[in-house]
Design a protein around this ligand. Structure first.
Ligand code: HOZ
Length: 433
């Protein structure tokens, strides 16, 4: 490894240093830029739609902390709420009124959630929802879909098995095959395959977990028929339907993907926006199911920092801000303007590119048409995406550093910001065309 003295960029120096004490120099793999190559930017501060790296370079940020920064970075009201809560104490390990308030707000805004339990990460939320589904049904098998990511719990780090209805294989070392032998991985948006799975083993399926708007294989929309049939099959066979709305919750619209599609899941996992940039996540749903959670039921789950008062203050303030009149119209309008502008700029340069958005989430695809499944998304031109990513980075625009990730706008991405992004893209498409 090059020694720090020979480096001129502070990002390079920090990256070299970080790799000495932390695996790969990062605390979450995608941040290491392995997919796109080059040096990750070390962020020193953020405000509104911007953040600044360790060299003092400013970027228009389109990851927004992977979704939470929906009202822009360091929103004054969120910061004030955090400061005030911190001054009262950082963590008590005992209940607070703030936890009741945010639980009531979540139940009010997402009608399928009659009761909710707060946790600290999306992984905890989905993992606990799965345990609850298994505990409530007394069944072991779970169904997930290729390309949907639900955090890094053992039984969810699975890719499809060799045959249509064979159980999956671990996608991470350290996950025993025994732990994934109950996880069936099916194709996203494939109704026939889902029907086959229920026909052959429906009585043994505890739950189906799905990102109704997928955001971890880039942005991919579920078709309404796919979700509708999933709901019907779960009801018919007594399986629990879990919507993983960690990313889509309060992001694609106020009631999440379930409001958009008009489908009522039994359980929902939330995260990201409900913490407003602090570690808050949650799972909730039908009261009869939630009553199976400890301390009143047999399904165990706990956490020292669950419902942390400082994090809850950030989340609650953010949930209030997104309810301002016209919030989602403005957010989705800007995402729509962005994807249309990028698409037009690519067309001018003759680059095969398309883009899509749902609420404040968007996807960019270096392919001729918008993908509807993991395999279609994987067929995109990764090499061209990487050149686009680095070109945009040079122009001061930060997109997710991997082709397989969704993008996010905030309410501070106004016309001037979006226009500047499209102008930068025009130059970059011309260079990589
Ligand atoms: N879970 C994110 C990728 N889909 C990455 C989160 C992070 O690195 O902060």
């Amino acid at each position: 490894m090059t020694t720090p003295d020979t480096k001129t960029s502070r990002n390079d120096i920090l990256f070299a240093r970080a790799q000495q004490s932390t695996p790969g120099g990062v605390n979450s793999p995608v941040r290491a830029f392995r997919s796109v190559g080059g040096t990750p930017r070390f962020i020193t501060r953020a405000e509104g739609p911007y953040f600044w790296d360790a060299d003092g370079k400013r970027y228009i940020d389109y990851i927004g902390s992977w979704g939470p920064a929906i009202v822009g970075h360091a929103h004054p009201q969120v910061v004030k709420a955090v400061q005030e809560a911190a001054a009262r104490g950082l963590s008590f390990g005992a209940p607070t009124e703030g936890e009741i308030e945010i639980a009531e707000e979540i139940c009010r805004l997402v009608p399928s959630i009659e009761q909710v339990r707060l946790v600290s990460s999306g992984t905890e939320a989905t993992m606990s929802a799965l345990r609850l589904a298994r505990g409530a049904t007394g069944r072991d098998k779970i169904v997930k879909f290729e390309g949907c990511y639900h955090g890094h719990a053992d039984s969810l780090l699975v890719k499809a098995g060799s045959g249509l209805l064979t159980f999956g294989n671990p996608t991470s070392a350290g996950v025993p095959e025994d732990f994934v032998k109950h996880t069936l991985v099916l194709d996203y948006n494939n109704v026939a395959q889902l029907e086959d799975a229920f026909e052959s083993m429906g009585d043994t399926i505890a739950c189906v977990i799905v990102e109704a708007v997928a955001g971890n294989m880039n942005l991919i929309r579920a078709t309404p028929e796919f979700l509708q049939r999933m709901r019907e099959l779960c009801t018919e066979y007594g399986a629990i339907l879990i919507f993983d709305e960690v990313m889509s919750g309060f992001r694609v619209g106020l009631g999440g993907a379930q409001a958009l599609y008009g489908i009522t899941p039994d359980l929902t996992a939330l995260g990201k926006v409900i913490g407003g940039g602090m570690p808050v996540a949650a799972f909730g749903g039908r009261a009869d199911l939630m009553h199976k959670m400890a301390p009143i039921g047999p399904v165990y789950q706990a956490g020292t920092l669950s419902g942390n008062p400082v994090a809850v203050a950030a989340g609650m303030t953010t949930l209030k801000l997104v309810q301002q009149p016209g919030f989602y119209e403005q957010l989705s309008g800007q995402a729509d303007k962005l994807v249309k502008g990028l698409t037009a700029a690519a067309r001018e340069a003759g680059v095969a590119f398309c883009a899509d958005s749902v609420g404040g989430m968007f996807g960019m695809y270096f392919s001729a048409s918008i993908p509807g499944s993991y395999s279609e998304m994987m067929a995109g031109d990764k090499e061209r995406f990487n050149r686009f990513f680095h070109g945009m980075l040079d122009e001061g625009v930060y997109f997710a550093p991997a082709m397989f990730e969704a993008g996010f706008v905030s309410s501070t991405h106004d016309d001037a910001i979006v226009d500047a992004t499209i102008e930068a893209a025009r130059k970059v498409f011309a260079r990589i065309g």
